[in-house]
Design a protein around this ligand. Structure first.
Ligand SMILES: Nc1ncnc2c1ncn2[C@@H]1O[C@H](COP(=O)(O)OP(=O)(O)OP(=O)(O)O)[C@@H](O)[C@H]1O
Ligand SMILES: [Mg+2]
Length: 279
């Protein structure tokens, strides 16, 4: 239902997104994984028509996004990387305001506000100003706001960045619930654990280029299911193997300390890009 065809975005001399092609199907939970500056936000902003493409095309349900922008926008619920809440408005007023912008009737606004505050577990704080919310509560309110007009697709740009482990899991549960109810979810993250825990399919992006897509376990298996990790000449090196036995056998050549463990997405990312995702 979302189709990126050779999408490129340049800012002056900088190529933020380069020849990006991808299809995301209805009901999918897709995660775009990449380090700082990889082009994730640029891609989300282009999808929601906030940033124009330099070349290429994005289609939603077979329609180019630059046609019929109002109708396309109704299909998306967007949770941007930075807060889009009105700090001086209460939680309920923030939702109400968004509903009005999207043309919901008074009755629909009231119903959705009550429903979504309940869904996000914010009912008790509905009369508090958004500026007094903690980071985690703010993120939940942003999700509720994005859901007000009953979108088909949720686009979330690093929805759990800066949150502690408990809050991150609460957000994950909300997103899982939404996906189970049939919403298509496209999120960006630089947390591997998040992509591995939530997403049916992930894409690895680096320097604007999509390096690989697949189920997390497929990407890991393509790199090698086991890693031999050892310290040599001042740096940590890794070798990949399909079986644990092969990794252990190879470790016999190593003189210092080593570790054999199961591979994760981070290992695959390092192998593909020679870069770490998380500091
Ligand atoms: N408005 C802009 N003007 C100039 N350059 C920009 C602009 N927006 C983004 N860029 C550049 O495009 C590249 C991709 O940026 P983008 O914000 O999309 O990355 P990101 O993956 O979202 O990073 P982060 O994880 O830090 O949020 C970066 O080199 C950035 O400096
Ligand atoms: Mg970003």
């Amino acid at each position: 239902m979302i189709r990126y065809h050779n999408v490129t975005k340049t800012y002056g001399g900088i190529t933020a997104v380069s020849h990006f092609s991808l299809e995301i199907g209805r009901g999918e939970f897709f995660g775009l994984l990449g380090p700082n500056g990889a082009g994730k936000t640029t891609l989300i902003r282009m999808t929601t028509t906030l940033t124009p493409l330099s070349s290429g095309m994005i289609e939603i349900d077979g329609q180019a996004i630059d046609r019929n922008r109002t109708r396309i926008k109704q299909k998306f619920g967007v949770v941007p990387q930075y807060s889009n809440l009105e700090g001086e408005l209460t939680a309920a007023q923030n939702l109400e305001y968004h509903g009005r912008l999207y043309g919901l009737s008074r009755e629909a606004r009231r119903r959705r506000t009550t429903e979504l505050l309940g869904f996000c577990d914010l009912t008790e704080r509905k009369h508090d100003k958004a500026k007094n919310f903690s980071g985690g509560m703010r993120r939940k309110l942003m999700i509720a706001k994005a859901l007000m007009h009953d979108p088909e697709i949720m686009l979330l740009d690093e929805p759990t960045v800066g949150l502690d482990a408990g809050w991150r899991r609460r957000i994950w549960d909300l997103l899982r619930n939404l996906n189970e109810r049939g919403l298509t979810i496209f999120l960006t993250t630089h947390y591997l654990e998040e992509a591995q825990a939530l997403c049916g399919r992930v894409g690895l992006i680096d320097q604007g280029k999509l390096q690989k897509t697949g189920k997390p376990e497929q990407i890991i298996a393509a790199a090698g299911n086991y890693v031999l990790e050892y310290f040599h000449n001042g740096e940590t090196l890794q070798r990949f193997f399909n079986t644990k036995d092969a990794a252990v056998a190879s470790a016999k050549e190593i003189s210092g300390d080593f570790k054999v463990r199961e591979a994760n997405l981070e290992d695959a990312f390092i192998l593909l890009t020679n870069k770490r995702l998380e500091e």
